[in-house]
Design a protein around this ligand. Structure first.
Ligand code: FAD
Length: 545
């Protein structure tokens, strides 16, 4: 009888906490730290075997950040900042993972996290005013507040091609790369996809493989990283006044401390524009090229086209075979309307004799067979297929918890049937005490996510503490506020060029996904001001009980 009771306890009796945090990446770790300091009890629930999130899963060759690492770091603790020194301008995945492990140890966070534990369902209990979470490992969780720190790029997109199961060789996904690495030496390898992960890994795979065939559907703009030590001008700016440097990032448009450009393209001569562009290209800085050339580059078709043409010239110069160069050149979206990639020798890799590009726009994949991949034009025999096909971005991991049931038995899937609707990208009407970190409707993937994550976590934890101190138990946005945020999002996107591109920002990469621009395009600094104003105006748009 004793044994039976214990077993049913483990399965049946819920773990009681104030807050459940799903995910132990950049966001989940900082949440656990802040919640503890605010005196709220919390548990972290994480599918992976350790902390790190993105940097736990994405172990493919060449995986790096593409925002300079001095900017892609936590800033909440000046002592943490000086206790850690990055070795490169763009750190590798192993180094970023070590950093997140260092943070977990420094603030003693691992003990609060249940690893290898996936949240499968969530239900709001109206009587108890608590969320009940079901997990696939260990007891369920009963919590007052349910926070999804589940990541914008954490749900890999399943392959859309028939026959993967028939393939007799090895299959890998960049977003789920084996911890022990993959032996590519002397192998015939296929990479499917040419997004960020592909562009980072292709040059390194090409160096090891006997032959590499790249299958490309849509080319991306890729910019050179020119990796090395952190640039001395940025380092001295940071070190001379750390608080001011960090504050500038928080108030900026993209979460990186650069000024807003005021000169527009037509005020500059051809020579001046080229000079600005060449300087940015040589600096190897994604955010610089995205924001610092001229003021109209991201908002005006003509100002943007000048940048596109300058980059196209670089591609033609780097790739010897004109047909390959043409296939690698993007024409279907304004520069920046889809996230550009940062590379090391990407274009030059196509000059290698052991690399072939297959343009799927001309010859689509027919099937994956036992021995390789066949298109309308050819059959390519390979031993390894690498899927670098991206993610069900922004909503994939949220919707994977199914159902999430709010007030009145409404499920989030139904409420979001026409696309995600949120207030501030943080909360959803009908789902009390439910929060998303970098959710759809927040700047998220259009920003340095370290800065956006800290802002979200600070805002949410401060609100939870204030709620508790004022004796409230629930918080939920009103329908009016949520509808207003949707209109504001649409207004903001109308003055950018994002409306002219079909990308993973809009759900276009996932068959059947509802189309619509998911991130907030109004900028990191303006977004922060809005969140602060909501608080200073008595939690405008929220209902507290
Ligand atoms: P994640 O790091 O994605 O962590 C979410 C965690 O939640 C995951 O570990 C996942 O296992 C877990 N999870 C999800 N669902 C469940 C569930 N139901 N139950 C339990 N656990 C669950 N951003 C930048 O700003 N700059 C960069 O340079 C940059 N480079 C990137 C490079 C790559 C290869 C990728 C994929 C992304 C990059 N990003 C970059 C975006 C990056 O995702 C964010 O910067 C950041 O790491 C996100 O942290 P997070 O904690 O919000 O989410």
């Amino acid at each position: 009888a004793m044994v039976a009771t214990r077993a049913s306890d483990e399965r049946g009796t819920a773990q009681q906490v104030d807050v459940a945090v799903v995910g132990a990446g950049f966001a989940g770790l900082y949440l656990l730290h802040r919640l503890r300091k605010a005196g709220l009890s919390a548990v972290g629930l994480e599918e992976a075997g350790d902390v790190g999130g993105t940097w736990y899963w994405n172990r493919y060759p060449g995986a790096r950040c593409d925002i300079q690492t001095i900017d892609y770091s936590y800033t909440f603790d000046p002592e943490l900042e000086t206790a850690w020194t990055w070795s490169e301008k763009y750190a590798t995945q192993p180094e970023i993972l070590r950093y997140l492990g260092f943070v977990a140890d420094r603030y003693d966070l691992r003990g609060d996290i249940r690893f290898r534990t996936k949240v499968t369902e969530a239900k709001w209990d109206e009587k108890a005013e608590r969320w009940q979470l079901t997990t696939d490992n260990g007891p369920p969780v009963s919590c007052r507040h349910y926070i999804m720190a589940t990541g914008c790029l954490s749900a890999p997109k399943p392959p859309e091609i028939d026959g993967v199961k028939d393939f007799k060789g090895e299959v890998y996904f960049t977003g789920r790369w084996p911890h022990g690495g993959v032996n590519l030496a002397g192998k015939r390898v296929a990479v499917i996809g040419t997004g960020s992960s592909a562009i980072q890994s292709i040059p390194l795979i090409a160096e090891q493989a006997a032959h590499l065939t790249v299958f490309q559907r849509t080319p991306n703009f890729a910019l050179p990283a020119h990796n090395g030590p952190a640039p001395s001008d940025r380092m001295s700016l940071l070190q001379s006044d750390r608080p001011a440097y960090r504050e500038q990032a928080r108030q900026s448009m993209a979460g990186v401390p650069y000024p807003q450009q005021t000169v527009v393209s037509w005020q500059l001569s051809d020579a001046e524009r080229r000079e600005r562009f060449e300087r940015a290209w040589a600096a190897g800085d994604l955010v610089h090229i995205l924001t610092q050339l001229w003021a109209d580059q991201a908002v005006d078709v003509d100002g943007n086209k000048i940048v596109q043409d300058l980059i196209r010239e670089k591609i033609r110069a780097a790739v010897k075979d004109p047909e390959t160069a043409a296939a690698l050149t993007p024409h279907d979206h304004p520069f920046g309307a889809k996230r550009p990639c940062l590379d090391t020798n990407y274009y030059a890799t196509y000059n290698r004799p052991n690399v072939t590009l297959v343009n799927l726009r001309q010859e689509p994949i027919k099937a994956i067979t036992a021995s390789g991949i066949s298109t309308n034009g050819r059959s390519v025999d390979v031993e390894i297929i690498v899927f670098a096909t991206g993610f069900d971005a922004m909503t994939g991991a949220i919707r994977a918890v199914h159902p999430i049931t709010g007030r009145g038995g409404k499920s989030l899937t139904d409420v979001w049937a026409q696309g995600p609707q949120t207030y501030l990208g943080l909360t959803v009407e009908g789902f009390p005490n439910f929060f998303m970190i970098t959710g759809p409707g927040s700047p998220s993937v259009l920003s340095n996510m370290a800065v956006s994550i800290e802002q979200h976590v600070d805002w949410v934890v401060d609100r939870l503490a204030a709620l508790r101190d004022a004796g409230f138990t629930t918080i939920e946005p009103t329908e009016t506020a949520q509808a207003g945020w949707g209109r504001h999002m649409a207004d903001c996107s109308m003055v950018t060029l994002h409306r002219l591109a079909n990308t993973w920002y809009t759900g276009a990469n996932v068959p059947g996904k509802v189309q619509g621009l998911m991130p907030y395009t109004g900028g990191v600094g303006p977004y922060r001001s809005i969140c602060d104003e909501v608080v200073s105006r008595g939690m405008l748009g929220f209902k507290l009980t």
